[in-house]
Design a protein around this ligand. Sequence first.
Ligand code: NCD
Length: 309
Amino acid sequence: MNFKGQNIVSIRDFSRDDIEHILDVSRTMVPIAKGKETSDLLKGKILATLFFEPSTRTNLSFKAAMLRLGGSTLGFTDVKSTSAKKGETLADTIRMAEAYSDIIVLRHPQEGAARLASQFSSQPIINAGDGAGQHPTQTLLDLFTINEEVGSIEGKNIALVGDLRYGRTAHSLSHALAMFNANLTFLSPKTLTMPTAVIRLLEQEGANIKVATTLEEVAEESDIIYMTRIQKERFPDPSEYKKVAGSYMLDPEMLEYAKKTMRIMHPLPRVDEIPSEIDSSEHAAYFRQAFNGVPVRMALLALVSGVVK
Ligand code: NCD
């Protein structure tokens, strides 16, 4: 694929070769991401970051990525401070961002918002999460992390745990893992299982899927446990959230049965899924994973700008 000018909306828009290329470019960005080398690859370019939903890592790592490549950023994280509050449509907000910048990163509570935005912009739109839909840049950094932590993705046992219904990181990641022939295990509360529409697509993609019933079982068999937060803000009824809150919490004792090389990942923020005692364990990869957002997003910005082929 020629990435120049491409939108990054869904991981399903990319082939395995495309993804491998992004991961290769990401690797070359690590010394710059760490500040050990400098770069002005994107000097003179402006990135607009439009966050209609809260964000820490995605927002900061996109900004860090742009700044590390010598570019500049503008944007907002508080919708209340924007004209959306006055009733401006997403289409109009996007038209403005397009006029003021070269690449637009968008996070929005509505599923499909990034796809819609791409129809109103001649500049590339990067989906930083659309409701319970997709989060493709998170998936790319997740894949990068799996490669770094356990050497490869193909054939690995990867368990996705928690809110598989509303969790967009789990949706995107499962499609990518199917592409790379990993073995998927799903573990979630009964009311938060992977949506049927996602399962159908995964089946078409030839995914190898198993459903687990306990965290102990998952801890024993997995190469990667991908924990996720219950997406409280997506529950139409708060009492339904209360019923499932705290459903799956890792416990250091469960890890005694895990392979020594097993790694725990989490897109973060965590709520109570991973107690802080686990942070110092050899299994904890989630903070390294969060750092990997920088080189991977640098690669994406350089590719869609066309300064790297
Ligand atoms: C995730 C998201 O926004 O979907 N966060 C992130 O980007 N790292 C996960 C979450 O909010 O639970």
